[in-house]
Design a protein. Sequence first.
Length: 343
Amino acid sequence: MRNLNIIFGSCQAVSLYGDAGGIRNEIVSKLNSIQAIGHNVQLFNQWEKYNFKNIDIFHIFAADFRTYILAKEMRNIKNIKLVISPIIDKTLSNFTIRLLNKSTSMIPKLYTNLGVSQEMCQIADLVIVRSDEEYERVTEAFNIAPSKVKIVPNYVDEKFKYGKGDLFIKEYGIKDFLLTVGQIGNPRKNHLRLIQAAGALGVQLVIIGTILNNSYAKKCIEEARRFPNIKVFDYVDEHILLSAYAACNTFILPSTMEGTGLAGLEAGLAGANVIMTMNGGTKYHFGNCVEYVNPFSVDSIKHVIKLNFGKPKSELLKNHILNHFTVDKIGKLLEGNYFSLLR
């Protein structure tokens, strides 16, 4: 098979800011996995002049107002196949999304992010989603033909299985703790309820993540200061992060919604026990290898922590990840979908 020429496009914020969360992770995962098997991928630059006759596929990540015009322009180029990864992380039901989109479509020139996302999926030649949950979102809520939607999850970098806990333990004098990783101040990460649960239980909790400048972040920091058993790290380098994954006993991600829960997969590859939110695409990625929690209930978070924290570590999740989510497996899956589209 020949090498493909592919352009990845997304919102400007991803190129401007290094910590752009899930969208950036999605792009990096797909970029590395398809480049690893020899295909040519470049990131879209609005200032560059392209010879689109040499481009096979234009793949846009995040279907919303920021990428809508780009999708419409690419659709007008005849020889290019347009692929959309919508990245829908919503707690709304499929019925509610259908109702909202139907209602707003009746009002001329009224656009919503969900409406724009649906239209972009409609005009795409192929829609790539991350899980069975997102597949149902697109096919049921957006009414996109199932034959046009394919699941390609993200891979997990195998470097996380080589982390050693000694570095973190030596640096901070903490081991066998409860760990979470994610932006502090992003309400979706649900840090406030986690802090309240861990604080009440007296469990040693370590939170690692960029502290945003907003009111939710301030609430989380103020609440964490009430408990001596909770430590917050605004920044650690990659070596410390890998070590933290290996040094902790249990990793928890009680987000209100996770499309993948990549930090949980990284922790699992490092050998940690893992507790995940039940909302989003987590069950597709973690299966029966983790415990799940209701993110909207502090009591549920407390209960699951109490039942699982301190358990001996298991290789179950690590083996599951190595069997399903390595860079070569994801690259081949993505490649197969690209070639099927071109055929």
